[in-house]
Each structure stands twice: as structure tokens, then as C-alpha cells.
Ligand binder design. Structure first.
Ligand code: FAD
Ligand code: NAP
Ligand code: SF4
Length: 676
């Protein structure tokens, strides 16, 4: 592969006993397919597509070396010969496409969501209900043997190596840091003792697998928790790992219990790469940068700057299996970019559902959702170029149907054009760019500024009309709703209506929170947020001068005084994403936003918004009231006389406004288009 735009990214890496074809690693992700033997066919198909897409090295989701190490009850384990057969399906599929794959060995320690959990000390984690048992000396010896056995079996299964998960607060990280390791024996106390388990594990594995087997170690370089390691300790461990036989040093940032976001969309791209760079100067083995690197240009810059020898991207390979092949062919504008939403990947994993991808519903469904060429091309109209319509139009056209896409607006993207106005959601622009390019490559005829009617569609004799007209916003019936100080979120986010400094937001759903972030942001501050400003706001010390890399946050001064209101008495923001909602809640709390639940809206007048809360009447003396009270389906096309010639189908918001999100919209569009 040669492409002058990415000379570093696409350069091979010679490890002495084997050569990786480029510098791109598909990082470990738990897909939910690795825990049951009957899913290994699907798992193999998932990895096969990624290998075919040209990635240099794949790392599987975490596989436990024993029962105590399970993340979830009956989680994927490699501890007897029977497991080898399942995994061979995966390695064969990857090797058939010319790829290389490592199996990640993950012992969850106290993060296990199961009763057998163990750790360095009996210190419960804030994110698990189970208190771990402190491993005994015998238990530690058995754990080291389990790692070695697991790696030996991985080799037997055909893997090119293993990655030992030593970061994100899992077992080895727990031993490494005084936060959890309170031991007084030779496994606790000074760093030489706390790192002993990691080193013994590496030595045990190396002895079990021999020299010509990749042993990557994911090392926590910024713990981002109190009681994390100092930079000197991080470096000392890295050097010791190198001496113990590690081939490649991957980097990890933040324990799972850290209150600093490390991968959500508002984290600036490649925010942590400089920390990998600091580590790279301390060791002589290849170092890998990771976290929020999602496009070839960032990855190339990281390598060109000398911050790393390789770049690990995980979610970008859910979004697009052919990421590397497209970069190599100079087709970067065709990459389906991971927007860091976590909605279909991590949110699924943490609620025990199979992972997928909001922008690519085929991810982890490669054997079930296929866009095969049609031998009966149909004439299809898609009305609405939001996520649902874009997905339907491009999949249908890609399969060979003749597709015309109509939108009343002057651009494609629907509500994504509004979402991308929200600070920290700039990535949503990439999805619109991707689909716009797909419309070109698949040959969809696009008619913008066209609000079509049912009569027009019937007259044009389409075989199918896909109604993807989305939603209209809901205006609640509050006395004074017509007052000039009332604005809709569309007027604020899309039309940039002038807004005063004191604002009440009615509705605390996703859009209420987003509107809050928009209104808190000082427009004189640049977006996307520069890395240094983001790090200051969250208290991240990228220079790693303090223990764990945590310093006192310096939040930006809130630009406005905000109230965020809802009628329900539940906690505002409770319905936001499992792995991203806390970031939004923290951002608004830091901005001093007063969140009120159990509110009744009495009236709006010149004085402001009158409410009753907790039985008491209150006046919120605000300049503006912004309505974010949800939406209703917009469907002006399916009502009317039936037509025997034209079939009407509804998807996305047009089908159902309740609990609509882009994940459902895109999935419904693709699934329908795959069936036609
Ligand atoms: P829409 O995006 O509403 O698209 C409908 C399209 O149809 C529009 O372009 C409209 O112009 C066109 N149209 C309507 N009637 C006609 C007609 N008669 N003729 C021609 N064209 C017509 N979702 C998430 O999953 N995650 C998020 O983080 C997220 N954040 C958001 C933030 C904001 C501020 C907003 C506003 C939305 C956000 N959403 C998010 C919601 C997401 O954007 C919607 O769920 C999604 O856009 C719905 O897709 P859709 O295609 O059904 O409808
Ligand atoms: P939403 O999540 O349904 O929230 C609507 C809000 O309006 C709720 O707080 C609701 O709370 C309130 N409300 C509903 N009817 C009302 C009425 N008649 N009067 C006053 N208040 C009323 O909808 P949304 O915020 O508009 O978001 C739309 C969709 O976009 C969501 O389904 C969401 O999935 C998606 N989205 C997702 C994200 C994300 O980060 N994942 C971000 C933005 C949007 P009460 O009924 O308690 O008052
Ligand atoms: Fe990325 Fe969102 Fe897809 Fe996850 S669901 S891979 S975060 S785009």
C-alpha cells in the first residue's frame, strides 16, 4: 500500500520475527460475540471484514484467563483446549485475508460484575456492587499460571500474539496503584513490589509462548484517578515490561471509574497522544497511541510528530471496516467516521447487548445485514435526507435500485445539521460528509429544496416511496407560549436567534442538555475545543507532573445563567446515554446550571417563567425561555388514497418520534433498503 498522504501510517513495521503491514491497530473492543461459542461464526465474519479492509493488526475483545477474571458471568474465557476450536474460526478468517490478530487477555479484577471477583486488596470499586477478595500468595501464583496457559492456548488457536490488558483500572492496574493495592507483602508497597504481578505475568507468558510471538502490553500511562501512579512510576514499569519481554507497548488513559471523559465525542481528537510521545522517549520498543483518533490525518500527524510508532483505533473500525484501504486509495472522503457517540457500541456493551455502530448498523451483524446487489432494480423515492433517508437511499442505490432523494431543505443531513452546532458535537459533520459522498458514489439523484407531495410522488410512478420526513418539534400548551421571549431550540441552534444572559430551558432530554451546552459556551472561544482548554476544564495534566495526571479543574466561566427544567420527578438527564450521560450532566453542573425536576409550568410573561415546584410557586426571572419539549412525527405523505402501484414505507422519526435517535433512524433506513 502506498499513499503519499500517509507515509508514516502506511509504512510497515518490522518486529524482527514478523512484519506488520502498516502502523494501524484495530484496538480491543468487547462486541458481546466473544462470550458464547455459537457466536464465533459471527465474530469471525466481523474480524474477516476488518482484516480485508487492510488494518495492520487486530486485537480481539478481552478474554479472561480464568473464572475469577470474568468481566461478566460466564464471560469469554480461554482456559482449556475446547476454547481453542472456537478461536480458530477467528484466526483462520483473519489470516485468510492476510491480516494479523492478537487475543487480548483481560482479567477484570474488582471490575468484574460477578461474585468471584478478586483484586490486590479487598477494596470495592465505585462502579461494581461486588467487593473483591484479596488474592492470596497461592492465588497470585495461580493467576500468573492462568495468564501463561491462556497465552499458550491462544498460540495454539493460531493467534499472532496476545495483548495483556494492564490499564483502564483492571486487575494488573489495580496491583500497580496504591489506590487499590494496600498490601504489605512482596506484591504491595513500593512500585517495585506493585509491578511484580505485571512482570511475572509477562515473563510467564513469554516463557510459555517463546520469542516469536507478539506480546503487546496495554500500560496505564495516565490513571486519571486519585491514588494513581506518578510519571516516574509509569516509566519504571514501562522499562521493566520491556526488559521482561514485551514486544509492543500500548497505552491506556483513565480507569473506568475516572471522572474524566477519555473517549466521548467532546474529547478533542488525539488528546492524549503527547503522553504516549513522552513514554516513547523512555523505552526502546514500539509505543502505540490511542483514544479519540478517528481519521487518517490525525493518525498520520501523531506518527509524524514522533508521538508513537503505531496508532490504535477501535471504534473507527466498527464505523468502517475499510478505513485503512480507503486511506491508502486516497478515498478518505468515503470513510464512515466514528463520531464518538458510544450509543451503539459502549452503551450496548455496558447493558449487556451486542455492540454495533450508530453510523454503521452492519457492525457485528455482518452475517445478518447484507447489502447484496438486486437483480430486480426498482424505482424508489426517498423523501427526507436526514439520517434515516440518507441511510435508506445510499443502501438502496448501492444495491442497484434507481433512487431519487428529495429534501425540503437546501442541504442533506436533516437534524444532524443542528446537532453539529452543539459544542463537542462537531464530529456529527463527518456523518453528513460521509453520506453526501455516498450519494455521489452510489448514484442517487438528489433533489434539494423540494417539499414533495403525495400527489407528485404518485404521479411519478415510483415503485416504492420511503417516507423519512422526520419530526416536527412539540410546542407545549403553556399560557404565554406566544410571548416574544419564547424561542424554540431550532431558533437557537439552527437560526442563531439572539439569546439573553438568563435563560430557562423547558425539557431536559438530550436536546435540552445540548441546548444548555450551546448556551453556556462563550462564542469568543474556539470550537472544536483545543486540547489544552479541554484538559484544563477537566483537570487533566497532560504533562503528567502529578500522581495519576489529575489536577484541579479550571472550568470556563459560564456564559449564561441557565435553568434546565422537566416535569418528571426523576433526576434530569437520567435518560441520557449510559457511558456519555454523566459527561453532559457534569458539564452543565460545572456551568452552574440549576436543574429542577417535578416542575409545573404556570405561565410565561414579561417577568419571566412562572413555575410551581415542590408545591411552591416561583418566578424564574429570565430573558428567554427555550423550548426543548420533544417532537412529534412529521408524515404528510402516507395519508390518502391507497395506490396499488406505489408502496409507501415509513422509517425514522416519520415512523415513530418517541425515543427516536439517529441509531434507530440509520438502522431502519439500512434494514428497509436491504430488503427491497
Ligand atoms: P430528520 O433528521 O428530522 O430528517 C428529516 C428530513 O426530512 C429533513 O431534512 C426535512 O427537511 C425533510 N423533510 C420533511 N418533510 C419533507 C417533505 N415533505 N419533502 C421533502 N423533505 C422533507 N441523535 C442521536 O442519536 N444522538 C445524538 O447525540 C443526537 N443529538 C442531537 C442533537 C440535536 C441538537 C438534535 C436536534 C438532534 C439530535 N439527535 C441525536 C437526534 C437525531 O438527529 C434524529 O434522531 C435524527 O436526525 C432523525 O432522523 P430522521 O432521518 O428520521 O429525521
Ligand atoms: P426527549 O429526550 O424526549 O426529551 C423531551 C423533554 O421534553 C423531556 O425532558 C420531557 O420531560 C419534556 N417534555 C415532553 N413533553 C412536554 C410537554 N408537553 N411540555 C413540557 N415538557 C415536555 O426529546 P429531545 O430532547 O427533544 O431529544 C429527541 C431525541 O434526540 C431523543 O430521543 C434523543 O434520543 C435524541 N438525542 C440524543 C442525544 C444524545 O446525547 N444521545 C442528544 C440529543 C438528542 P417531562 O415530560 O418530564 O417534562
Ligand atoms: Fe463510534 Fe458511535 Fe459507532 Fe460507537 S456507535 S463506533 S462511538 S459512531
Amino acid at each position: 500500500m502506498t499513499n503519499t498522504a500517509y507515509p508514516h501510517l502506511l509504512a510497515p513495521l518490522d518486529l524482527g520475527f514478523t512484519t506488520l503491514k502498516n502502523r494501524v491497530i484495530m484496538g480491543s473492543m468487547h462486541t458481546g460475540l466473544e462470550d458464547r461459542f455459537y457466536h464465533y461464526g459471527k465474530l469471525a465474519a466481523f474480524y474477516r471484514e476488518r482484516a480485508a479492509g487492510g488494518v495492520g493488526l487486530i486485537v480481539t475483545g478481552g478474554i479472561s484467563p480464568n473464572r475469577q477474571g470474568w468481566l461478566l458471568p460466564l464471560g469469554g474465557t480461554m482456559n482449556w483446549i475446547g476454547d481453542v476450536l472456537n478461536h480458530r474460526r477467528v484466526t483462520r478468517a483473519v489470516h485468510a485475508e492476510g491480516g494479523k490478530i492478537l487475543m487480548q487477555i483481560l482479567h477484570a479484577g474488582r471490575y468484574g460484575y460477578q461474585p468471584f471477583v478478586v483484586s490486590a486488596s479487598a477494596v470495592k470499586s465505585p462502579i461494581s456492587p461486588f467487593t473483591p477478595r484479596a488474592l492470596t500468595e497461592r492465588g497470585i501464583a495461580a493467576t500468573i499460571r492462568a495468564y501463561a496457559r491462556c497465552a499458550r492456548l491462544a498460540k495454539l488457536a493460531g493467534y499472532d500474539g496476545v495483548e495483556v490488558m494492564g490499564s483502564e483500572g483492571y486487575l494488573l492496574n489495580q496491583f500497580l496503584c496504591a489506590r487499590v493495592n494496600r498490601r504489605l507483602d512482596r506484591w504491595g508497597g513500593p512500585i517495585e513490589n506493585r509491578m511484580r504481578l505485571a512482570l511475572e505475568v509477562v515473563r510467564g507468558i513469554r516463557q510459555a509462548v517463546g520469542p516469536d510471538f507478539i506480546l503487546m502490553y496495554r500500560h496505564s500511562v495516565l490513571d486519571l484517578v486519585e491514588g494513581g501512579n506518578t510519571w516516574e512510576e509509569v516509566v519504571a514499569v514501562a522499562r521493566a515490561l520491556e526488559a521482561a519481554g514485551v514486544t509492543i507497548l500500548n497505552t491506556g488513559y483513565g480507569w473506568h471509574e475516572a471522572r474524566v471523559p477519555t473517549i466521548v465525542t467532546s474529547v478533542p481528537r488525539a488528546a492524549f497522544a503527547s503522553v504516549a510521545g513522552r513514554l516513547r522517549r523512555e523505552v526502546n520498543i514500539p509505543v502505540v497511541a490511542s483514544n479519540r483518533i478517528n481519521m487518517p490525518m490525525q493518525a498520520e500527524e501523531v506518527l509524524a510528530r514522533g508521538d508513537a510508532d503505531m496508532v490504535s483505533m477501535a471504534r473507527p473500525f466498527l464505523a468502517d471496516a475499510a478505513f485503512v484501504a480507503k486511506a491508502a486509495a486516497g478515498r478518505v472522503d468515503e470513510i464512515n467516521t466514528c463520531i464518538g457517540c458510544n450509543q451503539a457500541c459502549l452503551d450496548h456493551t455496558f447493558s449487556n447487548r451486542r455492540a454495533s455502530c450508530l453510523v454503521n448498523p452492519r457492525a457485528c451483524h455482518e452475517t445478518e445485514l447484507n447489502y447484496t446487489k438486486t437483480d430486480k432494480p426498482r424505482k424508489i423515492a426517498v423523501v427526507g435526507a436526514g439520517p434515516a433517508g440518507l441511510s435508506a437511499a445510499t443502501v438502496a442505490a448501492g444495491r442497484g435500485h434507481a433512487v431519487t432523494l428529495f429534501d425540503a431543505a437546501n442541504e442533506v443531513g436533516g437534524q444532524f445539521n443542528i446537532a453539529m452546532q452543539v459544542p463537542g458535537k462537531e464530529e456529527f459533520r463527518e456523518t453528513v460528509r460521509y453520506f453526501a459522498r455516498q450519494l455521489e458514489t452510489t448514484g442517487v439523484r438528489v433533489e434539494l429544496n423540494r417539499r414533495v407531495t403525495r400527489a407528485e410522488l404518485l404521479a411519478a410512478c415510483f415503485d416504492d416511496v420511503i417516507v423519512a420526513t422526520g419530526v416536527r418539534m412539540r410546542m407545549p400548551a403553556i399560557p404565554g407560549i406566544d410571548h416574544p421571549k419564547v424561542l424554540s431550540y431550532l431558533q437557537v441552534l439552527r437560526d442563531k436567534a439572539p439569546v439573553g444572559r438568563r435563560v430557562a430551558i423547558i425539557g431536559a432530554g438530550g436536546i435540552g442538555f445540548d441546548t444548555g451546552e450551546f448556551l453556556l459556551h462563550d462564542p469568543s472561544h474556539p470550537l472544536p475545543q483545543p486540547i489544552a482548554a479541554w484538559a484544563g476544564e477537566w483537570g487533566v495534566d497532560l504533562e503528567a507532573t502529578v500522581e495519576g495526571g489529575l489536577v484541579k479543574p479550571v472550568p470556563a466561566r459560564p456564559y449564561r445563567q441557565l435553568y434546565l427544567l422537566q416535569r418528571k420527578s426523576t433526576r434530569p438527564g437520567a435518560g441520557l446515554g449510559k457511558t456519555s450521560g454523566w459527561v453532559h450532566r457534569a458539564a452543565l453542573a460545572r456551568g452552574g446550571v440549576q436543574m429542577l425536576a417535578g416542575v409545573r409550568y404556570d405561565r410565561i410573561d414579561d417577568a419571566g417563567l412562572h413555575i410551581t415546584v415542590g408545591g411552591e410557586q416561583r418566578l424564574l426571572a429570565v430573558d428567554n425561555v427555550v423550548i426543548c419539549a420533544g417532537q412529534e412525527s412529521l408524515d404528510e405523505l402516507t395519508a390518502g388514497e391507497a395506490s396499488s402501484a406505489t408502496a409507501f414505507h415509513k422509517i425514522g422519526g416519520a415512523a415513530l418520534a418517541a425515543e427516536l435517535d439517529a441509531k434507530r433512524a440509520i438502522r431502519e433506513g439500512a434494514a428497509l433498503a436491504a430488503r427491497l
